[in-house]
Every structure is written in structure tokens, then in C-alpha cells.
Design a protein around this ligand. Structure first.
Ligand code: XMP
Ligand code: MG
Length: 184
């Protein structure tokens, strides 16, 4: 698939699976008998987090419920605009709920810090973040991320939900994109 577009496999399907199980075990430690006041609410950020969200939820040994939000900070370009817009909001009120945001990747951290501020105003009982990937730039931003799958180099990556111009989400691994694809 996508012959010649992927420069290298950065994180294999097996590595993703193993790390997802480890992250799920950590989250389950925090809620040994499930979250109080209703099940733990996973808020997946569309579309990038879809594969991670479904695998992560199934790896968690506690009951969870799922909600999705779609925000945009990127068009089809590969760098952040800093402008965040809600494309699809949550269907449910999260007041009093234990919420875990499920993210695919934190790059500049702008999207997540905006999202956390936004969700905090809705008064959840707790608000934490699990992200599969984090780039070094994100470390400079003041967002507390409780659970991180992999810290990766500052390269554009695709696969396992992550796209370039809506392509490559269906790859089962995380790979780096050959710069020729985006005219680099
Ligand atoms: P910020 O910079 O706000 O960006 O932390 C977060 C969002 O940007 C997208 N993003 C990427 N998408 N490959 C992608 O396919 C990448 O390497 C990449 N870096 C950032 C992504 O949608 C993320 O939620
Ligand atoms: Mg994207």
C-alpha cells in the first residue's frame, strides 16, 4: 500500500499494541474499580485518534463510555496555524464526569491546551490526557499530559489514524512520509 510514499516505519504495529496495553494498565491503576460517578468517559479527538481510541478502549479492563470531538487546527498542510475551531462538539454534558481525552499526537501543543481550557469550563470531575505520540516541541507548552505512548522526533508522521491530506490513516503502523509527497 502507498508504494514509495512511506520513507520509514517509525513505530510498528506490534510496538503500538504493546504500548497501548501498558498505557491502559496505567489508567486502570488510577481507577481500579472503574471511575466513580459514571464510567470513565473517553473523549476521542477526530479523526486522528480513531484507531488509538478503539484499541485503547478495548485494552482497558474497566468500563468506559465514548464521546468524540472534532477540532481543526490544520488544513492539509503540515504545520500548525494556531487557530482552533470546533467542527463537532460533544453530544453529552461532561459536568461531574471523569474525562480522559484521547489524542493521536501532540505537536506544538496548541490544540490540546485550547481543548483542555475549553473542556475545563464544563466542570468535569477530572480531566486527563492520553496521547499516543508526542513531539519535542510539545514539551515547551504548559499542558499536563498524564499518559504518553511515544516521544518521537520532529518529523511529519502518518498512519494509524494520522493523515496527510486525508490519506494514510488506514496504515496499521506509524511511518514517516517521504518529503516528495508534500513537495519537500
Ligand atoms: P498541535 O501542534 O496543536 O497539533 O499540537 C496537534 C494536531 O496536529 C496534527 N498533527 C499531525 N498530523 N502527522 C499528522 O498526520 C503529524 O506529524 C502531525 N503533527 C501534528 C494532528 O491532527 C494533531 O491532533
Ligand atoms: Mg490531520
Amino acid at each position: 500500500m502507498y508504494e514509495g510514499d512511506i520513507a520509514s516505519v517509525l513505530i510498528s504495529e506490534e510496538q503500538i499494541k504493546k504500548r497501548t496495553a501498558e498505557l491502559a494498565a496505567k489508567v486502570a491503576e488510577r481507577y481500579p474499580t472503574g471511575a466513580p460517578e459514571g464510567d470513565l468517559l473517553l473523549v476521542g479527538v477526530l479523526k486522528g485518534a480513531i484507531f488509538f481510541m478503539t484499541d485503547f478502549a478495548r485494552a482497558l479492563p474497566i468500563p468506559t463510555q465514548m464521546e468524540f470531538m472534532a477540532v481543526s487546527s490544520y488544513g492539509s498542510s503540515t504545520s500548525s496555524s494556531g487557530v482552533v475551531r470546533i467542527l463537532k462538539d460533544l453530544d453529552k454534558d461532561i459536568a461531574g464526569r471523569h474525562v480522559l481525552i484521547v489524542e493521536d499526537i501532540i505537536d506544538s501543543g496548541l490544540t490540546l491546551s485550547w481543548l483542555m481550557r475549553n473542556l475545563r469550563t464544563r466542570n468535569p470531575a477530572s480531566l486527563e490526557v492520553v496521547t499516543l505520540l508526542r513531539k519535542p516541541e510539545a514539551v515547551k507548552v504548559d499542558v499536563e499530559v498524564a499518559y504518553v505512548g511515544f516521544d518521537i522526533p520532529n518529523e511529519f508522521v502518518v498512519g494509524y489514524g494520522l493523515d496527510y491530506a486525508e490519506r494514510y490513516r488506514d496504515l496499521p503502523y506509524i511511518g514517516t512520509l517521504d518529503p516528495k509527497v508534500y513537495g519537500g
